[in-house]
Design a protein around this ligand. Sequence first.
Ligand SMILES: *Cc1c(COP(=O)(O)O)cnc(C)c1O
Length: 354
Amino acid sequence: MVHNFNAGPSILPKEVFEQAAAAVLNWNNSGLSILEFGHRTAEFTSVMEEARSLVKELMHLDANHEVLFLHGGASTQFMQVPMNLLDPKDSAAYTDTGVWGSKAIKEAKFFGKVEVVCSSKEKNYNFIPKDFAVPNDSKYLHITTNNTIYGTQWQRIPATSNSLVADMSSDIMSRVLDFNAFDLIYAGAQKNMGPSGVNLVVVNKNILGKIKRAIPTIMDYRNHINEGSMLNTPPVFSVFVCMLTLRWLKSQGGVAAIEKLNNEKAALLYKEIDENEMFTGTTVKEDRSKMNVCFVMNDPGKEADFLKYTQSLGIVGIKGHRSVGGFRASLYNALPISSVLVLVKAMKDFAEKR
Ligand SMILES: *Cc1c(COP(=O)(O)O)cnc(C)c1O
């Protein structure tokens, strides 16, 4: 039995793997693999439509919010967002809460002025800044709702009169938010809603078309909206697996139901980190991520031993990112609570034996 805590690409529900595997061999008794189906066929068009409408349903999106599945991963959105929303004289406000946020800042500078309104960099990104002001003339405020590498998460979305843009790559579909309060949301699918190779974009269509810059065809969100997210060949298999994952999420009771389980999983692991004298969490408590739990050992010399011990129990993917060290356990939607219990027991047993 393997317990997969990988940060991304990451665990998906077992039934999704089974359905995806069957479709690779013979999709819907067509005698063809999903991999050799034309994307303009009625069969695949209906997959794309179901995936888009499941996102609308699960996120309770209003009629202004359009759902797209695009190529290029979240990193392409670092550039595509400012390209569509900023003229060179415009400015946008960015929050610097980790590696991904700072990469978004770097790319936005190609297209307009960037005001970094807050940063937690001097504390190795171990907290979420609370006190900062956003200039009124900022075209939008960009946040990274969950910081995958450092294990912090915005527990409250900042109240702002500015347009809100969010990178939700590592906590999309994990908790209930007022998603309509965002004008643009993007997320690489491979953390919490599907395989790599596709990117979810949710955009309020009313914010588009307000700039003078000429936008290359494939980069203009409006063209993707007009073509039903089929401007060119979409990543067919990735969209299909996202659709299966979204169906699974709906069958579990949707985002509110999965949030309850996610809260339980995170509470179990943080409780052990706080109670076990061998371990310490790396972030300030109030900003702890429920998706990526980062912790170290008080005696770093024991970390290699602990890692080996967990590997013997089938635990994979908990080695921390090199910029934090220690351990990172990712508790995405599909990770069962039983896997968290195995990790917690391993921490207890390891401390008892030594
Ligand atoms: C993983 C990640 C990214 C990068 O995603 P790619 O699809 O590899 O470009 C961006 N932002 C966050 C928050 C991430 O976790």
